[in-house]
Design a protein around this ligand. Structure first.
Ligand SMILES: C[S@@+](CC[C@H](N)C(=O)[O-])C[C@H]1O[C@@H](n2cnc3c(N)ncnc32)[C@H](O)[C@@H]1O
Length: 263
């Protein structure tokens, strides 16, 4: 499917550094009803090996493992990676004092031997990949026979659907369906083409936003993807300001979860 969400140029532009990512993380940290936090939940569902190798793909700024590295046994070897230069640079700095390998890797061409990893993780990134079949075949190839592949994503009835509906009420059209390249709804089917066992786990949550600026910053942190321009800014701000005044709080559904796959 052709869309900006999995167009290499747009994705590279979006993730040349972690500015947008940090803005989007902030809204979840500040306003999520579920105080466990999605990252903590994602870590909790991982069946950590006591030895062996872990590979994370599309690690972004590396926070997932930076926050959890201390929970790993010394005999586990961790590799974090991303295809963006900027993210790899951030991670090299972040992990310089830790025994972690940082690599620049495109999930569609993983530079490791067959059956190399006990655990592979790809959080919130598969929907950006142009050739899903190639990416999943690569993950399957480098995963050990009893290894597990964990991949989180969003659902079709959560935050992004709320934003598209709100923007269309403002009169701004952003395409939504074409962003659904890998969701909680279609992920099982896509993964089942490559893995024998696929399990879906859902994380219950919603956002209770009390400051319009944070929501507008979130929406405008993705302009290279959603095509919004500064001309739309005031309209969008006013729309949410009115909503906030009439409702006191803007409640936004969240639909996030993860798949656990085995060969
Ligand atoms: C939404 S961010 C998620 C970052 C991190 N996993 C997290 O959950 O915070 C998506 C990341 O995937 C990376 N990415 C996109 N396409 C990729 C590809 N084909 N191979 C490897 N990384 C990719 C981007 O550079 C970006 O850092």
């Amino acid at each position: 499917m052709n869309s900006k969400i999995n167009n290499k140029g747009f994705v590279k532009e979006q993730y040349k550094d972690d500015t947008g990512l940090l803005i989007r993380k902030k809204i979840h940290e500040k306003y999520s009803a579920n105080k466990q936090g999605f990252g903590n939940w994602l870590f909790e569902i991982i069946d950590l090996p006591s030895e062996g190798r872990i590979l994370e793909l599309g690690s972004g700024n590396g926070d997932f493992w930076f926050n959890n590295f201390h929970q790993l046994n010394d005999s586990v070897q961790l590799t974090v990676s991303d295809f963006s230069n900027g993210m790899v640079g951030k991670m090299k700095k972040k992990f310089e004092d830790l025994d972690v390998t940082v690599r620049q890797i495109d999930i569609q061409e993983i530079p490791f031997d067959d059956n190399s990893f006990d655990v592979i993780i790809a959080n919130a990134m598969l929907y950006h990949v142009p050739d899903m079949e190639k990416a999943l075949a690569e993950v399957n190839r480098v995963l050990k026979p009893n290894g597990k592949f964990y991949t989180s994503t969003f659902g079709e009835n959560g935050l992004s659907s709320f934003i598209s509906t709100s923007l269309s009420e403002v009169g701004v059209r952003v395409s939504e369906e074409s962003n659904y390249t890998f969701t909680l709804q279609n992920g099982s089917k896509l993964l089942s083409n490559h893995f024998g066992e696929v399990e879906r786990l859902d994380y219950e949550d919603s956002l209770l936003v009390t400051k319009v600026q944070d929501l507008v910053d979130y929406i405008f942190s993705m302009t290279s993807m959603n095509g919004l321009t500064s001309e739309n800014y005031d309209q969008i701000y006013e729309f949410f300001e009115k909503k906030m005044q009439s409702e006191g709080v803007i409640e936004i559904p969240k639909e996030y979860g993860s798949f656990i796959s085995m060969k």
